[in-house]
Design a protein around this ligand. Structure first.
Ligand code: ADP
Ligand code: ZN
Ligand code: ZN
Length: 728
């Protein structure tokens, strides 16, 4: 007898394949279908990834039988299955767990794959003999203008709640309701086209010329140069050609501003996939895209997995942004995945940024990407000059130097807005006893507790531990505790004292926790009028505030002295991005950077020669050290509750690697992590570096089974990070 063995990807961290027997010979099994299977004493939903036929019963005697098929058809097309397979191979991550990232929650838990419907109304007869009330007459006219029918939701938007009138008309058989697929609203309002300038037009034309080829473009345009207009024009062309467009944006509070521009401009079915939507909405958007019923998908990182049967173009805005890299579980980089998708679908991909990643600049140099540049601000506004302030000068203790104070004062007097960045939440990073030298530290981490004065607590930003703010030294009982350094809360406090008449808004993770808090603050800023905004990096990206004329960076030194190999690249990007926040309107902008090292070569390069120059210089350094983007890097991390175990485990892993007689991969470590203890666990890492990608991946492939079966894996949490963003 012929037996069917189904290989199932299951949500489980084991690096094994799971074979089951078919329960039903009538079913035509296909890869990509969901099934329910017994697993230990549980039942799990999995995906069929492979199908085999066999006659050898001894091969199958130990196999369990699946419980039931959930789908009659594959839940996704072959391209998404092979993309998931690629993810599993490239990131050396169990395939079952890859599906956890790729599929929306409801789908992977076995939920319905039917599109949700909603009520639509349309005319069914004439109103001849009936006399209609005012609301009913309004409804009748509205529906007469839309013979295809309108959803109840939209009717309510037009003329308010009118359920009784609807039912009244239905009773008289003048209108009837139908169930249609729930779809995003399309704005039919006339849209303002904007005449592209020469550079923008050239960018659009260059991409359009390659519209049915895999062709990566780096759209390098200074902030405000009109990159978004280029995206919109390309999207419009693609929609008109019946194609779908995938647009990735960074994870920031303000997706709405970006999405609204697209909605106002394009007559298209746009769905949004970000962290703010419900599981239900996510599933519906996913299904709409899969059915070809969404033209444009705009979303953050994980939107890169949306099924798009008519994909015509991928756009990645702010391609350098670190939020495109997932930092736990499947540690994928969405830009990387997007490139693979574009290549497989044979479509162009446009990566836009004012401060491109070294990865992309290197690819341009290697002639793998074509570069398109926008050199001017589209509105004609100038990019402000950067001024350095020596933070060791007068008044430095308060966090705001005298020079900066006077500049702020002048701008406020002219009714302008001021935007200040400090990359630390809370009041102060250090609480210390003057008598005995005690410092508030976290008992679970090698880290200090941060003072949050408003909530009267000490908080560890690494593990979340919270304690009451102490007033007395716990060691020597002295009452003379002092704080050092400043965070957003303290700067807010100081500024409010300096400028009591001016509203000071603080924007950080603490002040924006409530739903809509961020949107409300942004609305408030847009109202205009003199204001001071104090925020973390959250405010550095993508926001277009017209009244901001002064931008200040209060603690630029952090990036200069970090142990992270990407620190200077990130700092250069941050400074240029924040510079782009000033003077976007008609008024001229100015930018101040407070640093204890104004003479540092980094500043001189960035200010005199700009981002491109600085980036090339950092790239040259990376080349010399064979670090990314020229070399390939992988970090294997481990952590354990018992102090020596993580190091022990990685030593064993390193021992395995050293068995291979190869010289192509340099094995470094293991070493304890810079912050060795975090959340009660001791952490270590092992680094692999190679000139070419291939030997590194071969080494991992070869030893993965041996690593997985090391005894210590039972006591140690470990993970593989391919192309890590940092080594901290
Ligand atoms: P970026 O995405 O590069 O930051 P935007 O596309 O947001 O730039 O454009 C910045 C500003 O310039 C916006 O207010 C936009 O409406 C305006 N703009 C863009 N292109 C043009 C153009 N060709 N003519 C006039 N204004 C433009
Ligand atoms: Zn003390
Ligand atoms: Zn902690």
């Amino acid at each position: 007898m012929k037996l069917t063995i189904l290989q199932i990807a299951l949500p489980c961290p084991l690096r094994l394949s799971f074979d089951y027997l078919s329960n039903n010979s009538e079913i035509t099994w296909q890869t990509g279908m969901r099934v329910k299977v017994p697993f230990g004493n549980r039942e799990l939903i999995g995906i069929i990834v492979n199908i085999q036929q066999t006659h050898e019963e001894n091969k199958t005697s130990k196999l369990k039988t699946i419980i039931e098929a959930i789908d009659q058809q594959p839940i996704f097309e072959a391209d998404l299955l092979s993309l998931t397979q690629w993810l599993s191979d490239y990131y050396h991550h169990p395939i079952g767990d890859c599906f956890q990232t790729v599929l929306p929650k409801k789908i992977r838990l076995g939920g319905s794959a039917e599109l949700e419907t909603e009520t639509y109304w349309q005319l069914s007869g004439d109103k001849n003999e009936f006399k209609l009330g005012k609301k009913q007459q309004q409804l009748f006219t509205l529906l007469k203008d839309h013979p295809e029918g309108i959803s109840q939701k939209v009717i309510y938007q037009h003329i308010g709640q009118c359920r009784t009138s609807l039912l009244g008309l239905e009773d008289k058989k003048i209108i009837r309701s139908v169930q249609n697929i729930k779809q995003p609203l399309i704005s039919h309002d006339a849209v303002q086209h904007c005449q592209l300038n020469q550079e923008q037009q050239l960018a659009v034309d260059s991409v359009w010329k390659k519209k049915s080829l895999f062709s990566p473009f780096l759209l390098q345009g200074v902030t405000g140069s009109g990159k978004t207009e280029v995206y919109m024009q390309l999207a419009e062309n693609m929609v008109n050609a019946g194609k779908q467009i995938l647009i990735l944006i960074p994870e920031i509070g303000l997706t709405t501003q970006f999405v609204d521009r697209f909605k106002r401009r394009l007559n298209a079915r746009i769905v949004v996939l970000n962290s703010a939507i419900s599981d239900g909405e996510r599933t519906q958007s996913w299904l709409l895209a899969k059915a070809g019923l969404a033209d444009i998908v705009i979303g953050t990182r994980s939107a890169v997995f949306t099924p798009l049967p008519n994909l015509g173009l991928i756009i990645i805005d702010e391609e350098h942004d670190a939020s495109y890299k997932q930092q736990d579980g499947l540690r994928y980089h969405a830009r990387n995945v997007a490139l693979i998708r574009a290549q497989r679908a044979n479509v162009p991909i446009v990566m836009g940024s004012a401060t491109p990643s070294l990865e992309s600049l290197y690819n341009v140099e290697q002639q793998r990407y074509q570069v398109l540049t926008l050199n001017q601000r589209a509105t004609g506004a100038n990019i402000p000059k950067i001024k350095l302030i020596d933070s060791r000068g007068p008044m430095a203790n308060s966090g705001i130097s005298t020079v900066l104070y006077h500049a702020i004062k002048t701008q406020l007097a002219a009714d302008n807005q001021v935007l200040l960045f400090i990359n630390r939440r809370g009041f102060a990073p250090v609480l210390m006893c003057h008598d005995c030298g005690w410092q508030a530290t976290c008992s679970h981490c090698d880290a200090r507790m941060i003072v949050h004065q408003r909530r009267n607590i000490l908080c560890c930003h690494h593990c979340g531990l919270i304690q009451r703010l102490v007033e007395q030294c716990p060691t020597c009982k002295a009452g003379d505790l002092k704080t050092y350094g400043a965070g957003t809360e303290q700067i807010e406090h100081t500024l409010q004292a300096y400028f009591p008449e001016t509203p000071v808004l603080r924007i950080d993770r603490d002040s924006t926790q409530k739903v809509n808090a961020f949107a409300e603050i942004v609305d408030d800023i847009r109202q205009g009028g003199a204001k001071i905004l104090v925020g973390t990096q959250m405010l550095a990206k993508g926001h277009d505030f017209h009244d901001v004329t002064l931008v200040g960076v209060l603690d630029a030194d952090q990036g200069l002295f970090s142990a992270d190999f990407r620190a200077t690249e990130s700092l250069a990007q941050l400074i240029i991005q924040v510079t782009g926040r000033a003077g976007r309107g008609d008024k001229k902008g100015e930018v101040f950077i407070q640093t204890s090292q104004p003479q540092h070569e980094f500043w001189q390069d960035l200010i005199k020669h700009g981002y491109a120059f600085t980036a090339q210089k950092i790239l040259a350094e990376r080349k010399m050290m064979a670090m990314p983007p020229t070399g390939s890097l992988c970090v294997i991390r481990a952590e354990a509750q018992d102090e020596p175990l993580a190091m022990q485990f990685l030593s064993e892993v390193s021992g395995l690697f050293h068995q291979a007689s190869q010289q192509d991969v340099i094995i470094m470590g293991p070493v304890p992590a810079i912050m060795e203890k975090r959340a009660g666990r001791y952490r270590a890492q092992l680094l692999l570096l190679s000139q070419q990608r291939k030997p590194l991946h071969q080494l991992l492939d070869h030893f993965m089974p041996s690593i997985s079966s090391l005894k210590l894996t039972r006591k140690v949490r470990w993970s593989i990070d391919i192309d890590p963003l940092d080594l901290l």
